[in-house]
Design a binder for this molecule. Structure first.
Ligand code: TAP
Length: 487
């Protein structure tokens, strides 16, 4: 297991010698002490990235792609080790890390490996006699600040398009979950990424993360995390007017119309809110269900929630693991009181499981709360296995509730009526909509939000645009330009 900073192609201790323990949320035991980057370490990484950039950005795009493809293969070859690391560091059940997170990580590196030499410029039809063409150039050195909820997968979402486009990367994983991205760094060195192209520096957000956002030689910062920190990133980036890309919080509306297939709703919504213990920006955290089928949906949904197997993430039969930290578990549980104070009714869960084997861990039962759309629990991102339920009677009412938060990331709707599906999808204020499914992602499909959920898009061609800048070149082929100052 690598625990040091990855700078200029090597694992090195931080200059200050400071470390931070990373814990296993199953029992709060220490997994490892990990080096913690400070300003001087980031300066070293920026110097390494600056030295690597000319050669890397001028390398044939197919060669950059080839390295990403080799990395994808290496990730698959190390799938068991990566899944194990991710499960002990984050608390994700091994059945998810092994069969979702790791394959998705490899798929994302592979997608952008293939994309590297297919991301083309264009020719603009301007006046006769001129050739005007557009090329996309890498930004230069990009900073990437990653959260703790999907650390392995987000490493690929952020790094793969940046590298395919020819940028060099300074990445800060979350202090709670640094291990899987350091393992990716190890594989990158093995498959031959040149030194300095990728630098991974665990550290504290308000120290290392803030400095990355401020750094005058970093041309772009891409951030995933809370809206509050997103605002700080924007402020910190203003010194050199960095490009900023923000993937922030969400409060996913999940609208269930009266004609929906109830069994599909129950399964899809349970995946939407309880997968990864609800720690997902796109979690289906608000069920908005038509009054005609609310009782039937809730009865089946609660019955399913009560049977979800909670336990040690390394047990292959576990369906829900612990939250990522004690502090976060306490924050999630505090919302149960917030709900009750505003008249909410707890229908299921609302506490840690009554199981001595899990007593030292950060566990929370699947929690379902009946609440008004304006209650805090219906407005604020809880980021746990915590779903609110509200009923509606008309389509307009459902839309008003769905659009009634400051967020706009992902939303779902369940109906058999094709026209209604398209109409509501159009009217929902969000970056992504799922019809008769929830929380689908793919490397080719743009991912991102509107409003307090941020701006910019990850994945697909959109991500390549985010990590490049357009250059317009005018060539006078055979145009006769009359003199502007005739003499
Ligand atoms: P954040 O504080 O937003 O942390 C996300 C990342 O930003 C971490 O790497 C963090 O570093 C870093 N960071 C913190 N302060 C920073 C600053 N001033 N400048 C630059 N980077 C900074 O999230 P959290 O505290 O872990 O979780 C709080 C809430 O945020 C959650 O409950 C949830 O609502 C939301 N959240 C959303 C997402 C997504 S996917 N949208 C992901 C995580 C959390 P350290 O953690 O290493 O200090």
């Amino acid at each position: 297991m690598q625990t040091q900073l990855f700078i200029d192609g090597r694992f090195v201790p931080s200059l200050s010698g400071e470390t931070l323990a990373t814990l296993n949320p199953h029992d709060n035991s220490v997994i490892a002490d990990v080096s913690m980057a400070n300003h001087a370490d980031i300066d070293r990484a920026v110097a390494a990235a600056k030295a690597a950039f000319p050669k890397w950005s001028n390398l044939a795009a197919a060669e950059r792609g080839r390295l990403l493809l080799k990395l994808a293969d290496a990730i698959e070859a190390n799938a068991d080790r990566l899944a194990h690391l991710e499960s002990i560091d984050t608390g994700h059940p091994i059945r998810d890390t092994r069969y979702l997170d790791v394959p998705r990580t490899a798929a994302t590196f592979r997608y952008f490996g293939g994309m590297a030499d297919k991301f083309e410029g264009s020719v603009i039809p301007v006046e006769q006699g001129f050739l005007n063409y557009l090329t996309r150039e890498p930004v230069g050195i990009v900073g990437q600040v990653v959260p703790w909820n999907f650390p392995l997968m987000f490493t690929s979402w952020k790094m793969a398009p940046a590298l395919a486009a020819g940028n060099c990367v300074i990445m800060k994983p979350a202090e709670l979950t640094p291990l899987s991205s350091l393992a990716i760094a190890e594989l990158m060195a093995e498959v031959g990424f040149p030194a300095g192209v990728v630098n991974i520096l665990p550290g504290l957000g308000h120290v290392a993360g803030q400095y990355i956002a401020e750094h005058p030689e970093i041309g772009k910062v891409a951030f995933t995390g809370s809206t509050a920190v997103g605002r700080k990133i924007v402020q910190a980036s203003s010194g050199n007017l960095k490009k900023v890309q923000l993937e922030l919080g969400g409060k996913g509306a999940n609208i269930v119309f009266g004609d929906a297939n109830v069994d599909a709703v129950v399964q899809g919504s349970a995946f939407g809110i309880f997968h990864n213990q609800g720690q997902a920006c796109i979690a289906a955290s608000r069920m908005i269900v038509h009054e005609s089928i609310a009782d039937e949906v809730l009865e089946k949904f609660v019955a399913l929630a009560r049977t979800i197997r909670i336990g040690d993430p390394l047990d292959p039969t576990t369906e829900m693991g612990p939250l990522t930290s004690r502090q976060h578990r306490d924050r999630v549980l505090s919302y149960v009181d917030v709900a009750r104070e505003q008249g909410g009714r707890v229908i299921a869960g609302g506490r840690s499981p009554d199981n001595a084997a899990l007593a030292n861990g950060c566990y929370v039962e699947p929690t379902i709360v009946e609440a008004k759309p304006t209650d805090r629990v219906s407005q604020e991102e809880v980021f746990g296995p915590f779903m609110t339920v509200t009923t509606f009677s008309t389509d307009e009412e459902a839309l008003a509730i769905a659009n009634g938060t400051e967020y706009g990331l992902g939303a779902g709707l369940w109906t058999r009526d094709l026209q209604r599906a398209h109409r509501v999808a159009r009217e929902i204020h969000s970056g992504m909509v799922w019809v008769n499914c929830y929380k689908r992602v793919s490397p080719g499909s743009p991912f991102g939000g509107v409003g307090a959920s941020g701006y910019g898009r990850e994945m697909g061609f959109e991500a390549m645009r985010e990590y490049t800048q357009a250059k317009s070149v005018w060539v006078n082929v055979d145009a006769q330009i009359p003199p502007y100052f005739p003499r």
